[in-house]
Design a binder for this molecule. Structure first.
Ligand code: AMP
Length: 209
């Protein structure tokens, strides 16, 4: 199954993607994770992406499209994939459809996880990620990951000014993709302002439909 996760930053796409990986055993492909990993390794891709990420702006379309065309040509995507944070613009969505069509594939379901902007600002300001195991948690947990003992860190772009810019970029450039996928009859809207298990029940039902 080929799945796209839409939703503002902090809507819970990454959390639901992990549950989808467990349920369907297909790869979770997050462009944000790819850029952060590239940056941690100090590659030219990572350094280029950093310029945009730090400001909460989008990395230029062609760079993202080339990266994803390469990723989606990998054999582990043959039985399906979960796209998290891609596509984020109309140009990316069209390029994705073209690349998939060229290999006889298509998007089966686009899930829009909807959460109000003010809830997002609160969520992201408190979001912490374990530097060791990658688990996502909240500032309530303190500085140490309860799962593995690693150090809990705040993402550089999870500060209020950058969060607000990311939300405005989302509203302007990414939210229109909801209509795009609606037009293709694959969109399912899900209320993301609920406990993880409740959101997951709807995500799973949409994928099993
Ligand atoms: P995320 O982890 O999805 O919140 O992405 C973090 C940052 O990476 C974004 O704010 C953008 O700067 C960049 N980014 C991730 N995915 C994309 C994309 N599909 N198009 C452009 N920029 C992206």
């Amino acid at each position: 199954m080929n799945i796209v996760l839409l939703g503002a930053p902090g809507a819970g796409k990454g959390t639901q993607a992990k549950l989808l990986v467990d349920a369907y055993d297909i790869p979770h492909i997050s462009t944000g994770d790819i850029f952060r990993a590239a940056l941690a390794e100090g590659t030219p891709l990572g350094l280029e992406a950093k310029k945009y990420m730090d400001a909460g702006e989008l990395v230029p379309d062609q760079l993202v499209i080339d990266l994803m065309n390469e990723r989606l040509a990998q054999p582990d995507t043959a039985l399906g994939f979960i796209l998290d944070g891609f596509p984020r613009t109309a140009a990316q969505a069209v390029a994705l459809d073209e690349a998939l069509a060229a290999s006889g594939r298509k998007i089966d379901v686009a899930l829009s996880i909807d959460v109000e902007p003010e809830v997002i600002v609160k969520r992201l300001s408190a979001r912490r990620t374990c530097a060791e195991c990658g688990r996502i948690t909240t500032a309530d947990e303190g500085d140490t990951c309860q799962a593995c003992g690693g150090k809990l860190e705040q993402r550089a772009d999870d500060n209020e000014a950058t969060i607000r810019n990311r939300l405005s970029v989302y509203a302007q450039q990414t939210a229109p993709l909801i209509n795009y996928y609606q037009g293709k009859n694959v969109l399912v809207a899900i209320d993301g302002d609920r406990p993880i298990a409740e959101v997951w029940a709807d995500v799973k039902a949409a994928c099993e439909h």
